[in-house]
Each structure stands twice: as structure tokens, then as C-alpha cells.
Design a protein around this ligand. Structure first.
Ligand code: NZQ
Ligand code: ZN
Length: 388
């Protein structure tokens, strides 16, 4: 049964091959100073940088650059960005890149006008924003995180071996996001596949909870079927616009808060993946794929009916004459075979995780209580060991 909830999503989206034109509509709404945030240089190689800078100049903006945002942005880089935003007196932060750049832009936007240490305030104490937020706009170049239409921001502290995400309210969502599927065509295959699995994981984290009849579960089954269909095309033909545009749109809907409404949601695959990421700095989506099958095998008995429904409605497993256990099991076998086929990382040892690191990674794993089982520390260890 759906409980009580509030739903609003303030991010305006411009989608399609002409999406960048939307920047001309948005820029006049903000002051002169724009902090242009991007990553390690892919946008310079593929020409997106030049296009964006031209539009900014045509609109009379003063551009201040903040480059070099790394995948899995760090606390050190965040401090640097806060300083840059302050010096620029930024009226708008324009993030051009993937989830890392968008997440980082949000973290800077809520910290530049704040005196407290951002890591301690937002990622350790999980406080809400209490200072003026600089508006953020995103031009997305890598698909997967959903950061373009949500309030999530994930920051890594290497010294403390912690990677922590804070899901902020809609005051932190990007004001607008520009989604041109063609901007993702230059992504290396590894990143494209990683993003595809990140999307799948976001949906599954919200699907595997509760045993009520919930519209969100039907929406998610549809999103999953569409994702699997388009992913199969994209891995063979990466510049297939139809497939890549569907994947981009699914990513946004997978994590823009809609499908979580009325659900408790799990998020343990992300907690495990983030802990692995804190130790290895591995690519986000791949950390999720590497722990998923052992985790789902572990919790399947506690949510058997849902796993059987998943097998039938998403993986086309015929349930007739089978127990729920058999159907559910066949579903996970089909999922695992598909994951291997598209080239996902299936073991954390591939990131350099060794058995002596399991205790530490277990300690860095936050335990959530919305799924089918609240994991004990021993449960986490056994899932991680099975993922080696
Ligand atoms: O830095 P550049 O040179 O731009 O290269 C990037 C980066 O190396 C490259 N790339 C991006 N677009 C490209 C491209 N290369 C060629 N052509 C393009 N068009 O891809 C690499 C990875 O980029 P990154 O932004 O790190 O990837 P992703 O979008 O997967 O973001 C990962 C971060 O988002 C967090 C993750 O934890 C991780 O820190 N997440 C954020 C969430 C949210 N805001 O709600 C939820 C997610 O679960 C996730 O935790
Ligand atoms: Zn994710």
C-alpha cells in the first residue's frame, strides 16, 4: 500500500540532439559569473567544451574554470572547488560531465557560502543545507547515476577510507539538465557498460523491498525490460541513437525519486559497492556488478516471492510447475549470464581486493534497513568473500 508522500521535481530537462540549445534559454536567468566545472579532459577531446564556452560567451558570461574533477570526487578536490566558487563569486555552477562532475558541483554549491567543513557537516553529520545555495546546471556526458535530476552527491575521503553519499532535498537538485544522447557516444566501452549496470542497480535497489502491490514495482519492471533491450543493442552498436537515448532516459527515471515513492527501498548493493570503492577507487557501476549476484543470492530467501516475480516479469522465466525458489533461482542465473555477456566485472578481486581487506571493507559498509534483511557484520563479510 502506498503511504503518504510529497512529490516534486524541480529540475527542468532538455533532451535530444538539440538539447544544448536549452542553455541559451537558461543562462539569462542567472548572473554574470559562471563556474564551469568539468573532469579530466574528455569534453575538450570531443568538442563539447568548445560548444559550451561559445554559448557562455555569446550570453555575455564571465567564465571561471574548475577542471580536473576526478571519477569518485575527493574531499581535497571539494575544498579546492569551494575556494574557486568563492573567488569567482559564482552565480551559476555549470557542470559538464558525468555523475562525478554533477555530484561535485552540487557539493560545492551547498558549501561555498558555508563556514563549516563540508565533509563533516554533510557527509559525517548528514546535516541539511543551512546556507545560500549556488544554482547548478548539468550538461550530462556519461549516463548512469541519475545525478542530473536528483539531490545525490557522493564524495570520497581516501584518508578515512570512506565513500559517502548524501541524498539532499529538491533545493539541491540541478535547476536544469541538458541531455543529448550523442554527447555520450565517445564514452569508452567500459564506462558505458558500467553506467548501464549502475542504472540496473538503482532500479533493483528500489524494487527489492516490500511485499505490497505497488505501482512503482510495475514501472520498474518496464524500465528494466527496456534497459536490457537497449543495452543489448548498445553493446553491439554503441552509436545506435535509439538505444543510447533510451538508456539515457531510463537512467534519469531510475533515480529521480519517482519510483521510490511509497517504497522502503534497500540500497545495500550501493553500500557494499561504495565501501569497495573507498578502498580501491574502482569505477562505480563495476563495484556494484561485482557484489550483486552474491548479495542477491544471500537475500533471496528473505524476499522469495519478489525474486520469483522478478524472474518471470523481467527475465521471462516460465513459473509453471516450479516452486518460487526454482523460478527465483533461474532468474538470478539469467541475470548473471547477461551480466557476463555484456562484459561487467563480476569479482571484487579484479579491483585488487584481497582477503585481508575484507574486515576493513566490512567496517566501511553502512547498513541500511529498508530491504528484505538487515545485514549483520558477518553477513557482510560472507557476501564480500563470495564476491572475491
Ligand atoms: O573526467 P573525464 O575526462 O571527463 O572522463 C570521464 C571519467 O573518466 C569519462 N567520461 C565522461 N563522459 C565522457 C567520458 N569519456 C569520454 N566521453 C564522454 N562523453 O568517464 C569517466 C567516469 O565519469 P564519472 O562521472 O566518474 O562516472 P559516473 O557518471 O558513473 O559517476 C560516478 C560517480 O557518481 C556517484 C558515484 O559514486 C561516483 O562517485 N553516484 C552518484 C549518484 C547520485 N548523484 O545520485 C548515485 C550513484 O549511485 C553514484 O553513487
Ligand atoms: Zn549507483
Amino acid at each position: 500500500m502506498l503511504g503518504n508522500f510529497t512529490y516534486s521535481n524541480p529540475t527542468k530537462l532538455y533532451f535530444g540532439q538539440n538539447a544544448l540549445d536549452g542553455l541559451n534559454e537558461e543562462l539569462p536567468k542567472y548572473g554574470k559569473n559562471v563556474l564551469l566545472v568539468y573532469g579530466g579532459g574528455s569534453i575538450k577531446k570531443n568538442g563539447i567544451y568548445d560548444k559550451v564556452v561559445k554559448i557562455l560567451k555569446d550570453n555575455g558570461k564571465e567564465i571561471f574554470e574548475d577542471a580536473g574533477v576526478m571519477p569518485n570526487p575527493t574531499t581535497e578536490k571539494l575544498k579546492e572547488g569551494i575556494e574557486r566558487a568563492r573567488k569567482a563569486k559564482a552565480d551559476l555552477i555549470l557542470a559538464v560531465g558525468g555523475g562525478s562532475v554533477c555530484d561535485y558541483a552540487k557539493a560545492v554549491s551547498i558549501s561555498a557560502n558555508c563556514d563549516e567543513d563540508a565533509w563533516e557537516k554533510y557527509f559525517i553529520r548528514f546535516e541539511d543545507v543551512s546556507c545560500k545555495i549556488i544554482p547548478v546546471g548539468c550538461i550530462l556526458t556519461m549516463v548512469g547515476t541519475g545525478s542530473e535530476m536528483n539531490g545525490g552527491s557522493v564524495i570520497t575521503n581516501h584518508e578515512q577510507k570512506l565513500k559517502i553519499g548524501h541524498v539532499f532535498g529538491d533545493n539541491v537538485f540541478p535547476k536544469f539538465s541538458i541531455l543529448n544522447p550523442e554527447f555520450t557516444f565517445t564514452l569508452p566501452r567500459y564506462q558505458m557498460i558500467s553506467g548501464i549496470y549502475d542504472i540496473m542497480s538503482h532500479i533493483l535497489e528500489q524494487y527489492f523491498s516490500g511485499d505490497d502491490d505497488n505501482t512503482s514495482d510495475y514501472i520498474m519492471e518496464g524500465l528494466l525490460r527496456s534497459l536490457i533491450h537497449s543495452a543489448n543493442i548498445a553493446v553491439e552498436d554503441p552509436t545506435n541513437y535509439e538505444a543510447r537515448s533510451n538508456i539515457m532516459w531510463i537512467a534519469t527515471w531510475a533515480l529521480n525519486t519517482l519510483v521510490a515513492k511509497g517504497k522502503s527501498t534497500d540500497w545495500m548493493v550501493h553500500m557494499l559497492g561504495q565501501a569497495v570503492g573507498a578502498y580501491t577507487d574502482a569505477t562505480h557501476g563495476m563495484t556494484l556488478s561485482a557484489v550483486s549476484i552474491p548479495y542477491y543470492r544471500f537475500i533471496m530467501p528473505f524476499g522469495l516471492k519478489k525474486f520469483a516475480r522478478y524472474a518471470t516479469n523481467v527475465w521471462n522465466i516460465d513459473p509453471s510447475g516450479k516452486t518460487d525458489e526454482q523460478t527465483a533461482d533461474e532468474g538470478l542465473i539469467a541475470m548473471q549470464a547477461w551480466m557476463k555477456k555484456i562484459g561487467l566485472v563480476m569479482n571484487i578481486s579484479q579491483f585488487g581486493v584481497t582477503p585481508d581487506m575484507i574486515d576493513g571493507i566490512t567496517k566501511s559498509t553502512f547498513v541500511m534497513d529498508g530491504g528484505y534483511k538487515i545485514l549483520t557484520s558477518d553477513d557482510i563479510k560472507s557476501v564480500l568473500k563470495a564476491s572475491l
